[in-house]
Design a binder for this molecule. Sequence first.
Ligand code: SF4
Ligand code: SF4
Length: 107
Amino acid sequence: MYLVADISVEICAATSCRLCTQFCPEANTILYNNDAGKEKGLKYGSAYVAVDRCKGCAQCVWVCDNMAKHHAIKMIMIDQLPKAALTDNVTYGEKTTTVQLASPVIG
Ligand code: SF4
Ligand code: SF4
C-alpha cells in the first residue's frame, strides 16, 4: 500500500482557487470537476486526483496548506479512499476532458 492525495470536495468546492492544479509535477493527475459539490450548494467545483497517476509526493498538500491556506488535501493510503478517480476512465475529447468517478477502487 502507498499514500495518494485525496481532496475534500466540501472544502475545495467552497473556493475558486485551483492553485494545486498548477503545481502537481505529474501531468493529468490533479484534474478539475466543475460540477463537484453542486448538489451540496457549493458553487465552484472541485479539484480531484487521478490516483493511478499520483506519485505520493505531497507537493499539492503543501500548496493547499501553505499557499492557498485551504487545507483541503490529505495523503491517504490508497485502500482507505472513500472513492477514487482513475485516468483509465478519462476520455479525451477534442476540446474537453470528461471523467467518470469510480468508487471504490479497492474494497
Ligand atoms: S489548492 Fe486546495 S482549495 Fe485550491 S483547488 Fe487545490 S485542493 Fe482545492
Ligand atoms: S501527491 Fe504529488 S503527484 Fe500526487 S496529486 Fe499531489 S502533487 Fe500530484
